[in-house]
Write a protein that binds this ligand. Sequence first.
Ligand code: SF4
Length: 280
Amino acid sequence: MSRQTGGPLDAGAVLKWGLPAMRDLPWRAERDPWRILVSEVMLQQTQVERVIPKWHAFLTAFPTPADCAIASLGDVLRLWQGLGYPRRARNLQAAAAIVVELHNGQLPDDLDDLLDLPGIGPYTARAVLAFAFERDVAVVDTNVARILARSSGERLTPKRAQERADEAVPYGQGWVWNQVVMDLGATLCRPAPTCIPCPLAGSCSWHLAGRPHPDPATGSAGVSGKQARFEGSARQARGKVLAAVGVEARPAADFDDSIIAGLVADGLVIVSDDTVHLPE
Ligand code: SF4
């Protein structure tokens, strides 16, 4: 049996807090699994405000997995520009191709089948099940992971974090529960938390203990650390190359060799005759 940590999350209190104030996000009106998947992949490392226009544009161009699968990777990457981490776009297109080949063009509603798709990990697979298929599964993103650790008062293993999250899902309310608990982590249980108005303040082990150091969320499963600085990073340099060659092919000599080598290794650009271009 797994070791119990903290009490169960007070689902009633969280729903009462979150339902009236649920953020109005365009994918929340959707149940189409492809549209949900695209939103989740875009949101993995990019802020909501930057994702919204890109999500609309991407789905206008590729309304189904089949539309995405037959496009050139270059066109997929052009639509991804500004979101960063372009390997996500490459994986998304590869996933779309498998969905067409193995699943008749429809995202599967099975956890293992979803996990078999490129770039889809436990978080994204469960997000598709919860937000498209309205399954009672728990979605653990970095915001939820902070709540799980702090409310239990200790750093959690991946297994225990998922168990604790699963135990909290109210029967038949997986969709709304996951939305609301993610909102709680995004708005109150932030890296620097605002505990007084939190619906879990009366039961959160870490808060009730006076928030001793160290914060149990630090190093707990699913909680991401600080993002590395963007200015001057290889990530920024890669983005500049992709933006430039997205307009037209450019001489390789215009760019840093190591940045081009990394992009070639990732299958994101092609170099031929000393010219760099997107895979068309
Ligand atoms: S009481 Fe504070 S630390 Fe605990 S879950 Fe709420 S916001 Fe997070």
